[in-house]
Design a protein around this ligand. Structure first.
Ligand SMILES: C[C@H](O)CC(=O)SCCNC(=O)CCNC(=O)[C@H](O)C(C)(C)COP(=O)(O)OP(=O)(O)OC[C@H]1O[C@@H](n2cnc3c(N)ncnc32)[C@H](O)[C@@H]1OP(=O)(O)O
Length: 707
């Protein structure tokens, strides 16, 4: 029996060679170096057959073209030379495709990413389906890499330097119509006629490479070396600001594109392959690849081994406030499920409906959505002041005030008005699920489903089980959160659950440093430089100082002295300083405030004379150490199920620097023995809150790692 191939050739009667890519045994096509010989043999045949008029590359997988080079293969490279050689093989293969004498067309439906888009760009024409799944992009930067098989050269040629850089530096993906506008795609058609449309192009004469369709200022800038210089300088400045120098791939992308533009393709290709090799060996790329693997692995898990989630047809949302509005939105717009919003006031319902409308309308205005789709989605949302319609609801998500009695009443109401199997998921951020379920007749149906604000943007959901939560409830809730576009982690009930629990000691330490006189912006910058998206003091302003104070109190009560908040909250509260929401916090807000100046009146309020005493590295270490330590406590106590869940929760929940892999991978990187020594040193100097978690001490003694 002949071995099944990934690329199969079918020469049609009209003289078109249709090459179908269908990697055996994989749900999505990814490119491997072993395909080079297979494709080489195919190309030899195409070159030798004189009656072939054109070639079409199309995917044999139903909803995707090619998702890029196989990341496992990149992960297996042991040296930079290995990875460089992969890149060169890809470059050579795509060059041969580009050099075919007959027209070569890529027929694209679904994800066309990384190496997949590099293959498509080597073709002479690209036809894409108008399906929403069709997305084109070079997301290698998210893996700490640069496009290694010609992408750094061909993308700027097709769409211009500015747009090409933006796509590569931000991993931005374009939908078919956007890609057409940018010059990346030549025609957009319904998927049902994709092959036919591609064949039509393949029957024409081979097109000349066209220039990027630039207009106005972009055209002027890109036409001269001086103008391009401005583009590169600006890209470098912006990228530096965003990456804080933490992502080596960013500089390499800019350098490589620039080499190609200034010295020609050959020099560009050469630099591209070398840089790819070097980047593949960096720790940043390694850690980012692990995040990809962990995320993909988690997509398959139900949260309860061997249990199939029940189908959710209808969702109820209690409370139409900011969180309730967001939850209703992701239910209708992302999960495509009807959401019935119950509030005690008509205003609450109107607010929630308006919230969704605003978001959808923005998409319509940006032409990312048709008005009919907006209307269709809005029809999925309905409101009620009583529980009418709740008898058909499968999962209720509660987002009312943080009040235990109220939440227990909601449980009782749902048990009365909904079905016996209806799940009650609470979005509490601070109350124990065990207590919310305490008076339930069917506690097995009660679970925590903790979203982060803003709900439609933040990728994480914590799914919190109490002792009596049934496996069926867990699996169904996990599946629903995933449908809503979230990455769920299942955690055990306990104060602060996981995310807020590891965040609190980190914020407390930042506040202590401020109270000790470190300037506010200095503390924030230190943590941004470390890789967090915003600094801890900014975060406190964003979350709300009042909320921070409340959570800090609960954690102190439940978890002990280690969580003792710094003595500043009372003064801040007495001064009505709540942060961004009332435009009174550590920073200045309001109309006419430019940049982000510190509100220096906070220093006098707290009796501080700001003076920089510690360097950025020390500040970052002092804030991050307690977070790492607390993550270890959470693992030790079974709050999280694995180091992997803790890493993904931290990266997606609080923006722990992804290039460090998450707290557990970062602890492995530091070395558990070294970490324990650091914690002990600070415990001696600054107090017992730094005492290492017993798990860390034990691991250090036994020289163990988390991974
Ligand atoms: C030389 C080149 O320039 C270098 C490169 O091309 S590097 C790779 C660049 N490409 C990427 O980064 C894309 C990575 N993939 C993704 O983002 C997402 O998988 C996706 C958006 C394509 C699809 O998402 P989704 O529909 O949720 O499916 P998802 O579960 O993630 O993936 C389906 C399967 O494809 C696999 N897969 C997808 N892309 C892959 C890749 N590039 N390498 C290896 N496996 C990949 C997944 O592991 C998963 O495998 P499984 O069925 O065995 O679990």
């Amino acid at each position: 029996m002949s071995e099944q191939k990934a690329f199969s050739l079918d020469i049609r009667d009209n003289g078109i060679a249709v090459i179908t890519i269908d990697v055996p045994g994989e749900s999505m096509n990814t490119l491997k170096d072993t395909f080079a010989d297979e494709v080489g043999t195919l190309l030899n045949r195409l070159e030798s057959e004189s009656d072939i008029k054109g070639v079409v590359f199309i995917s044999g997988k139903p909803g995707s073209f090619i998702a890029g080079a196989d990341i496992n293969m990149i992960n297996d490279c042991e040296t930079a030379a290995d990875a460089e050689s992969l890149a060169r093989k890809g470059q050579a293969m795509f060059d041969r495709i580009e050099q075919l004498d007959v027209p070569v067309v890529a027929a694209i439906n679904g994800a066309c990413l990384g190496g997949g888009l590099e293959l498509a760009m080597a073709c002479h024409v690209r036809v894409a389906s108008d399906e929403s799944k069709t997305q084109l992009g070079l997301p290698e930067v998210q893996l700490g890499l640069l496009p290694g098989s010609g992408g750094t050269q061909r993308l700027p040629e097709l769409v211009g330097v500015q747009q090409g850089l933006t796509m590569m530096l931000t991993a931005k993906q374009l939908r078919a119509k956007q890609a057409k506008k940018a010059g990346l795609v030549d025609e957009v058609v319904p998927n049902s006629i994709l092959l036919e449309a591609a064949m039509k192009h393949a029957l024409k004469s081979k097109p000349k490479r066209t220039k990027a369709p630039l207009k106005g200022v972009s055209k002027l800038l890109e036409a001269t070396s001086y103008g391009r210089g401005i583009i590169f300088k600006k890209a470098a400045e912006q990228a530096q600001k965003k990456s804080q120098g933490n992502y080596p791939a960013i500089d390499k992308i800019i350098e490589t594109v620039r080499t190609g533009v200034e010295k020609g393709r050959e020099a560009g290709f050469d630099q591209e392959a070398r840089s790819f090799g070097q980047l593949a060996m960096t720790n940043e790329s390694y850690q980012l690849r692990q995040i990809f693997f962990a995320t993909t692995e988690m997509k398959k898990e139900t949260g309860a081994d061997g249990v199939k989630p029940a189908e959710t047809h209808r969702v109820g949302v209690l409370g139409g406030g900011l969180m309730g509005g967001g939850i209703a939105y992701v239910t209708a717009a992302k999960a495509g499920l009807p959401a019935r919003i119950k509030d005690i006031a008509a205003d609450g319902i109107t607010h929630a409906l308006h919230y969704s409308y605003e978001r959808l309308n923005k998409k319509v205005k940006r032409k990312h959505m048709r008005r009919a789709e907006l209307e269709h989605t809005m029809l999925k949302l309905s409101g009620t002041l009583d529980y009418s319609g709740f008898e058909r609801i499968d999962v209720v998500i509660e987002a009312v005030f943080e009040d235990l009695d109220l939440k227990q009443k909601m449980v009782a109401d749902i048990e009365q008005h909904a079905k016996p199997e209806t799940i009650f998921a609470t979005n509490t951020s601070s109350l124990p699920i065990t207590q919310i379920a305490e008076k339930a007749k069917r506690p097995e149906n009660v679970i925590g489903l903790h979203y982060f604000s803003p709900v439609d943007k933040m990728p994480l959901a914590e799914i919190i089980t109490h002792q009596g939560t049934s496996d069926q409830t867990i699996a169904t809730t996990v599946a629903l959160a995933r449908k809503q576009g979230k990455t769920p982690i299942v955690v055990k009930d306990g104060a602060g659950f996981f995310v807020n629990r590891i965040l609190a000691p980190y914020m407390n330490e930042a506040a202590r440093l401020v109270l000790a006189g470190e300037p506010i912006e200095h503390v924030d910058k230190a943590l941004v430089k470390f890789g967090f998206p915003v600094g801890p003091v900014t975060l406190l302003d964003e979350v709300g100082i009042d909320v921070g104070a409340k959570v800090a109190g609960i954690l102190r009560k439940e978890l002990g002295e280690r969580f003792e908040p710094p003595a500043a909250f009372d003064k801040l509260m007495d001064d009505d300083r709540k942060g961004k929401k009332n435009q009174k916090g550590f920073y200045q807000y309001g109309k006419g405030v430019k940049g982000k100046p510190v509100d220096s009146s906070v220093y006098s309020l707290l009796d501080i004379e700001p003076k920089q005493q510690l360097d950025r590295e020390t500040i970052a270490e002092l804030c991050v150490l307690p977070m790492l330590n607390e993550a270890a406590y959470c693992l030790q106590e079974g709050i999280i199920r694995s180091a992997r869940d803790g890493d993904i929760g931290s990266v997606y929940g609080i923006g722990f620097p992804p290039f460090r892999g998450g707290p557990f991978r970062y602890m492995d990187e530091i070395g558990i023995g070294t970490l324990v020594a650091k914690l002990e040193k600070q415990a001696e100097k600054r107090g017992d809150r730094f005492q290492p978690a017993p798990l860390l001490v034990e691991m250090a003694e036994q020289q163990r790692r988390f991974y």
